[in-house]
Design a protein around this ligand. Structure first.
Ligand code: 4AZ
Length: 256
């Protein structure tokens, strides 16, 4: 997170860290993406966070990702479901959404605590200009590396969960020539500050953009892509969760 502040304990209890390692490896898991807990056994993340042939786990309840944190809950990922129309081009990432089913027993995976809670799904579109919140362990404005090596995240990403407030940006405005020049479709939305400085960044992908809808925190977007981070006229682009409500419900309902 560019231009962010440290999150207080329990303030973003639906934030998870998606961690991966090569299949059949004994290497440690390392943070690769954010995610959002939407039910005890289900996490929403970005489609581009799902690489093949990885073993995955999620960590929740901990701001520092320290496995010795007594509030941390570590859960195995039983399966990862990427959207069937996920597509990456040099200019954009389309339908950038995936569901992770966590391993548990009798429909219980994550345990609700002061530090672990689900976020709600949105029910409709929210107004342009609304203030919403992003969070993650990704790259910050300081020490911007040329490339991020997640095996050494603490060198480049944030070792503490960070948050920032961003504004929802009008879709037509964000598709203007000087911003994203017509590459945005209905699977995306823009949020940020057109003057620059406050933004999501690499390592925040898949994590939440939450807004208040009728008093409830709803996951309105998932960190997806952007032209670098914190640049003027290059706001963050988020997967537009309202576009995928039927997809989410159908996957959760039909999963054995
Ligand atoms: C990335 O590379 C990335 N400023 C994520 C978010 C943004 C840019 C890049 C948005 O994962």
């Amino acid at each position: 997170i560019f231009g962010g502040l440290k999150v207080s304990p329990g303030a973003i209890p639906w934030q998870v860290s998606l961690q991966a390692r090569p299949s059949q490896s004994s290497r440690p898991f390392s943070h690769t993406c954010g995610g959002v807990l939407i039910a005890s056994c289900w996490v929403l993340t970005a489609g581009h966070c799902i690489e093949p042939n990885k073993e995955r786990q999620v960590v929740m309840g901990s701001l520092s990702l320290d496995p010795d944190d007594p509030a941390a809950q570590v859960l195995e990922v039983e399966k990862a479901i990427r959207h069937e129309n996920y597509r990456e081009t040099p200019s954009a990432v389309y339908n950038d959404i995936a569901l992770l089913k966590l391993r548990g027993a009798n429909g219980v995976c994550a345990n609700e605590t002061q530090f672990v809670k689900t976020a709600c799904l949105p029910t409709g579109q929210l107004p342009d200009g609304m203030e919403c919140k992003i969070s993650g362990w990704g790259a910050t404005e300081s020490k911007q590396p040329r490339m991020i090596n997640y095996e050494h995240l603490s060198n480049y990403g944030s070792s503490h969960l960070l948050e920032a407030n961003v504004l929802l940006i009008n879709q037509e405005k964000c598709n203007e020539r000087q911003i994203y020049n017509r590459v945005l479709d209905s699977s995306m939305l823009c949020a940020g500050h057109l003057q620059g400085g406050v933004d999501s960044c690499q390592g925040d992908s898949g994590g939440p953009l939450t807004c208040k809808e009728n008093g409830a925190h709803v996951v309105y977007g998932l960190v997806s892509w952007g032209d670098q981070c914190g640049k003027k006229n290059k706001p963050g682009v988020y997967a537009r969760v309202t576009n995928f409500l039927d997809w989410i419900n159908s996957k959760i309902q039909t999963s054995p």
